[in-house]
Design a protein around this ligand. Structure first.
Ligand code: PXP
Length: 236
């Protein structure tokens, strides 16, 4: 079971003042020292938090797995092929959204993702697709060459006591495993609601940002990451 820490929120704080700090690159090192298995950043078209400079430095500095979340656009593809993250999670992106709204709808998407994915595969970059928990997307994810899916846990996180959403996530996780896909999960996960997700053995990696960074304000980032690692790896 792995944890990739999303450090966009550190860059959001930096950009609130247009300052040079807090630096997401320092944050990545702290997260690794707290036991993170990977670092996630989302490079957005509007560069509202993470910038190319962050990506370039992160690529040089971090010792764990670099996951780049991005929209499938020509601009992002060129940047990704230059940086060569270890993996790319394709997400939908709408201008002005506060955070990612829902997963990619592979059955109705206008862009043809396959050419982008082939380029990433040629460069040994693992490709994942951020999907809502609906099983009809899974075969399409396989067809276009995804190696993993990240299940959108946003609805679940808003109402973690409802069994329905957990069941939906479990169904998609099982369907994905049957098709040979690796299963990740993320969005809105915190120190409490993750406990129900941990019962789903198909999920092998979690992408978590806001809850960890919010806790870090009070206990420090290394400690906040360590506490989440302990929960995920069964120590607390
Ligand atoms: N996964 C994806 C695809 C996301 O867009 C985000 C938010 O940036 C996350 C995971 C992490 O969500 P949160 O910050 O709520 O933990």
């Amino acid at each position: 079971m792995e944890l990739s820490v999303n450090i966009d929120h550190i860059a959001t704080l930096r950009e609130a003042r247009k300052e040079l700090f807090p630096d997401p690159v320092y944050a990545a090192v702290e997260a690794e020292l707290g036991g993170a298995d990977g670092i996630t950043v989302h490079l957005r078209g509007d560069r509202r938090h993470i910038k190319e400079r962050d990506l370039e430095l992160l690529r040089q500095i971090i010792k764990t797995e670099l996951n780049l979340e991005m929209a499938a656009t020509q601009e992002m593809t060129e940047i990704a092929l230059k940086i060569k993250p270890d993996r790319i999670t394709l997400v939908p992106e709408s201008p002005g959204e506060v955070t990612t709204q829902g997963g990619l709808d592979l059955l109705n998407i206008k862009e043809n993702l396959k050419p982008y994915i082939s380029k990433f595969q040629d460069n040994n970059i693992k490709i994942g697709i951020f999907l809502d928990p609906t099983p009809d997307q899974i075969k399409e994810a396989v067809r276009i060459g995804a190696r993993y899916i990240e299940i959108n846990t946003n609805e679940f996180s808003k109402n973690p006591k409802s069994k329905d959403e957990l069941i939906r996530i479990a169904r998609v996780a099982k369907a994905a495993r049957r098709e040979g896909l690796i299963v990740h999960a993320g969005h809105g996960i915190d120190y409490k609601n993750i406990k129900a997700l941990l019962s789903l053995s198909e999920i092998t990696s979690y992408s978590i940002g806001f809850a960890i960074i919010a806790r870090a304000v009070f206990v420090g980032l290394r400690q906040a990451v360590r506490e989440m690692v302990n929960i995920i790896k069964g120590g607390g």
